[in-house]
Write a protein that binds this ligand. Structure first.
Ligand SMILES: Nc1ncnc2c1ncn2[C@@H]1O[C@H](COP(=O)(O)OP(=O)(O)OP(=O)(O)O)[C@@H](O)[C@H]1O
Ligand SMILES: [Mg+2]
Length: 233
């Protein structure tokens, strides 16, 4: 469970300051699927990096599964992140000239697995995202949707219980975007993963169970979606 109370993030730039987040409070139950929406600059990515333990808030409380994380230092945050969180980005962020399999094996490098185990786990993750037959393709030999699926395989290879995706469909056409949403829905349904994604696209958001809207760093609405669209059905 994710619990945030009064999350505030202030960026200081010389004499001026930007209040990127301004007292955001919410809880997200384990296994929830949530969209975060809001205009450009409203604080969505800032919020995602705090939820994902990439950055600490300037003020407020934040806990993950009952463990308070707002005051952890860099290396402690990195440990929590490695155990619990998988990230997916708009631009996929895959290593060029590196096979899908090796891209997916990367997060396991320091996890203490043997080479064989790493490869077996990466193959399994690629099969889950439907790319068991593309393990030796490099990113430039894959379509955009396939590249995003490799990125999702990389995000789930450590079996994190929280998946965070910042505009995961932003670089894809709408049909491919829906395929990616279908994959997130399956991970959410079958593995019970908590999925939190940022999107500008209300059709993408309609595939989730709850929509949180930000404006100027504040939550301006937080609504359950009783009838999420089931992609791929
Ligand atoms: N590292 C930083 N240093 C200074 N200001 C920052 C930094 N990161 C973000 N900001 C500012 O904080 C505010 C929120 O930024 P954020 O990236 O969270 O917005 P966003 O909602 O993700 O926007 P977009 O939809 O364009 O991605 C913006 O005004 C931005 O300029
Ligand atoms: Mg952003």
């Amino acid at each position: 469970m994710i619990r945030a109370e009064g999350l505030t993030k202030i960026y200081r730039m010389g004499d001026s300051e930007v209040r990127a987040l301004d007292g955001a409070s919410f809880t997200i139950e384990k296994g929830g699927m949530v969209a975060i929406m809001g205009p450009s600059g409203s604080g969505k990515s800032t919020l995602m990096s705090i939820i994902g333990c990439l950055d600490a808030p300037s003020d407020g409380r934040y806990s993950l599964d009952g463990e308070s994380v707002e005051s952890l230092d860099e290396s402690q945050l990195a440990t929590v992140r490695g155990r619990k969180i998988g990230f997916v980005f708009q631009q996929f962020n895959l290593l060029a000239r590196t096979s899908a399999l090796e891209n997916v094996m990367l997060p396991l490098t320091y996890a203490g697995y043997s080479g064989k185990e790493r490869e077996a786990r990466a193959r399994k993750a690629l099969e889950i995202v439907g790319l068991g037959d593309r393990t030796h393709h490099a990113p430039n030999e894959l379509s955009g949707g396939q590249q995003q699926r490799v990125a999702i395989a990389r995000a789930i290879v450590n079996e994190p219980n929280i998946l965070l995706a910042d505009e995961p469909t932003g670089a894809l056409d709408s049909k491919t975007g829906v395929e990616i949403m279908s994959l997130f829905q399956r991970l959410h349904r079958e593995n019970g993963q908590t999925v939190i994604l940022v999107t500008h696209d209300s059709h993408v958001a309609s595939h989730t169970e709850r929509i949180i809207r930000l404006s100027d760093g504040r939550i301006v609405s937080d609504e359950a979606n009783q009838n999420p669209i089931r992609a791929g059905l």
